[in-house]
Design a protein around this ligand. Structure first.
Ligand SMILES: Cc1cc2nc3c(=O)[nH]c(=O)nc-3n(C[C@H](O)[C@H](O)[C@H](O)COP(=O)(O)OP(=O)(O)OC[C@H]3O[C@@H](n4cnc5c(N)ncnc54)[C@H](O)[C@@H]3O)c2cc1C
Length: 402
């Protein structure tokens, strides 16, 4: 038996023994996944057991080094682990910005002390993170940010407001971009800082949204005292860290839409979209009866499958410690636009049923689809808009003049 075969047998045996029955089949998406943190809510109690066991094993972050609490697995072993989890219908025990954004950034830029302090707590799901980048006057033009950091001995005093901070009301820590110096070009004088949300002077107010579900908050900092040791990389060199983290964020967003596309089907088996169209639009001679919908479903299936395979290759590279560059913008752009088209198509398939917002006249699936369709509009804004991705691709991937 090869080493990898032995690992597969070992992983399967461990999962069979340790995965609680109640987590099987649960989707680890934005709404149903476990985000961890001090105020973590578990939909079913087995999710807590699953998180504790997977966290202790380091398999919430399978490829992070074991010295920081990770699983220490190779790329091949990590792939086998996720195949075995899929085979047993097991979701990842933990999701969130710790694993996908700040963790990889700390591995790249953090000091030994910072890695030892934060990474094991991320792996075990003890701390939930949020992202403090955007401000009322700084979105696409992020480098215009003005949240002020004034040095006072061994601390910075932070004043300013961040906006669109997803789940700030549930987070324990925030990774934030602050301005320590206004004298140079706008990309200079920015510092990447880790801030405890429990610090005096941090206040969070939720913002309501069109989809009815609102992760958004405004985060206000009033004379918040943050130790200088919480700076990642160098004071004033935060723009470099910010861009690296955005690479991880864009890869993660693209991967969300790519991974759901990769499911293999047996020959002749209908896809989810195709079954939905047959159910809602009707079938004639074994085919979706509406030729335009049929055509669009086929096109969507092909594009989704091709994208799924492509992101799988890049996700494998990212998990193996390769830090994504500006190319991540291509995947972010394609994945989010594809998802918007997919949601538009689902709404067309549902027809008038997709006009429902609440009430008995609409089934649960139709109501959920309407809200997911509205949520999908945000995909091509979060992590940088599609126009911004096109600018990054033009300048930093293709090398075109400004
Ligand atoms: C679902 C969601 C979650 C988010 N979560 C977070 C979070 O957790 N933390 C956080 O910090 N932020 C978050 N954001 C904010 C997000 O990063 C910003 O909304 C985004 O960067 C755009 O900034 P803006 O909203 O200020 O729009 P603007 O920058 O004002 O852009 C308005 C329009 O102008 C276009 N535009 C702007 N500049 C250019 C240009 N140079 N060339 C071409 N077109 C241009 C844009 O594409 C857009 O269409 C989230 C946003 C969404 C939708």
């Amino acid at each position: 038996m090869s080493d990898l075969e032995a690992f597969r047998a070992e992983a399967r045996a461990w999962l069979e023994e340790n995965a609680p029955e109640g987590v099987k089949g649960i989707k680890a998406d934005e709404l149903n996944g476990v985000w961890g943190g001090k105020r973590c809510e578990f939909e079913v109690p087995d999710q807590k057991v699953w998180l504790e066991r997977m966290g202790a094993k380091g398999w919430t972050a399978p490829m992070w080094p074991a010295e920081y609490g990770g699983g220490g697995l190779s790329k091949a072993e990590s792939k086998i682990l996720s195949q075995e989890m899929k085979a047993l219908d097991l979701p990842p025990a933990l999701i969130g910005f710790g694993l996908t954004m700040i963790g990889p950034t700390l591995l790249q830029f953090g000091t030994e002390e910072q890695k030892k302090e934060h990474l094991p707590r991320i792996v075990r799901g003890e701390i939930r993170w949020c992202q403090g980048y955007s401000e009322p006057g700084a979105g696409s033009d992020l480098a215009s940010l003005q949240t002020k950091a004034e040095r006072d001995g061994d601390d910075f005093i932070i004043n300013g407001t961040k906006v669109w901070t997803s789940y700030a009301d549930k987070a324990d820590w925030i990774f934030a971009l602050v301005r320590n110096d206004n004298s140079g070009i706008k990309q200079e004088g920015i510092t990447f800082l880790l801030i405890d949300m429990d610090d005096p002077g941090v206040n969070v107010s939720p913002i309501l949204l069109i989809s009815g579900k609102s992760p958004f908050c405004e985060t206000h900092f009033t004379d918040v005292r943050v130790p200088v040791k919480n700076v990642i990389h160098e004071i004033g060199a935060g723009w470099t860290v910010a861009k690296a983290l955005l690479g991880h964020e864009r890869t993660m967003i693209a991967d969300t839409f790519g991974s759901s596309a990769g499911a293999t089907k047996k020959a002749g088996e209908r896809s989810f979209l195709s079954s939905l169209a047959v159910e809602r639009v009707g079938e004639r001679e074994g085919r979706i009866s509406d030729p335009i919908i049929r055509d669009d479903v086929a096109k969507m299936e092909m594009e989704t499958r091709a994208f799924g395979l492509t992101t799988q290759r890049t996700a494998d590279a990212a998990k193996a410690g390769h830090n994504p560059g500006p190319e991540s913008s291509m995947f972010k752009l394609y994945g989010t636009e594809l998802n918007k088209t997919r949601m538009e198509l689902m709404v067309r398939i549902l027809g008038p049923d997709a006009l429902g917002w609440e009430g008995d006249g609409f089934d649960e699936f139709a109501l959920g689809t309407t809200r997911d369709w509205l949520r999908s509009r945000g995909n091509s804004i979060e992590g940088g808009t599609s126009e911004v991705q096109l600018n990054v691709i033009a300048k930093r991937v293709l090398g075109l003049p400004a």
